[in-house]
Design a protein around this ligand. Structure first.
Ligand SMILES: [Zn+2]
Length: 207
């Protein structure tokens, strides 16, 4: 058994002894974060998890390259800096599958890093996945449901970013879901820190 941590956030680096001692791969940058900032990363778990589970959380193995070294089908790592630095998405072309981490969710708005003033890193990361999404059939999101609507999700996320950057508001229906109004407010505040050098983006999936 092996694991994959798409990014450094505490809810994506958990493990259990019953899963064995297989590698839990992550990008080298995420592994670095897990060592340098271990206390900070795991702080939200203190008091909620027994010490033995905290002790084995965030024990990650760096990926050796852009493809997973496993006995399964070809699996391509797409690293970007949306949501948090060194985030990865994993593509399994033979299955038409994209494991998106904390992106392309049907129940969460785009969730930028608190340092991503102007949302440049999020936009760049989302745009870096555009070609991947075009050849993807099914998306597994870290929160929400697995879906065949990956192109629609990509379009919705891109539209949301463009709306908050150009209008400072959005009519994305996800704003009404649990915890999303507060995220929307903080994202609008980040968007307001952008420099006015861009107009509305035209990129869509055309679907
Ligand atoms: Zn996350």
């Amino acid at each position: 058994m092996a694991g994959l941590a798409t990014h450094i956030h505490y809810d994506h680096v958990l493990w259990h002894p019953d899963l064995g001692n297989g590698p839990r791969w992550a990008t080298p940058g995420t592994v670095h974060q897990s060592i340098e900032s271990r206390t900070q990363v795991l702080a939200p778990l203190l008091g909620d998890l027994p010490d033995d589970l905290i002790a084995i959380a965030a024990r990650l193995t760096p990926l050796a390259g852009p493809e997973l070294e496993w006995r399964g089908p070809k699996a391509i790592v797409h690293e970007h800096n949306a949501h948090v630095e060194h985030h990865l998405a994993l593509e399994v072309p033979d299955w038409g599958l994209l494991v998106a981490g904390d992106m392309l969710s049907d129940v969460e708005l785009p969730y930028p890093d608190p340092d991503d003033a102007g949302l440049d890193a999020y936009r760049a990361g989302l745009d870096s996945l555009r070609e991947v999404v075009l050849r993807t059939e099914i998306v597994v999101a870290g929160h929400g449901t697995t879906g065949y609507d990956v192109r629609e999700r990509w379009d919705a996320d891109r539209r949301y970013l463009d709306d908050v950057l150009t209008r400072g508001e959005s009519d994305d229906p996800r704003i009404g879901l649990e915890d999303q109004a507060e995220l929307h407010r903080s994202t609008c505040a980040l968007a307001a820190q952008s420099t006015p050098h861009r107009g509305p983006a035209a990129a869509t999936m055309g679907s």
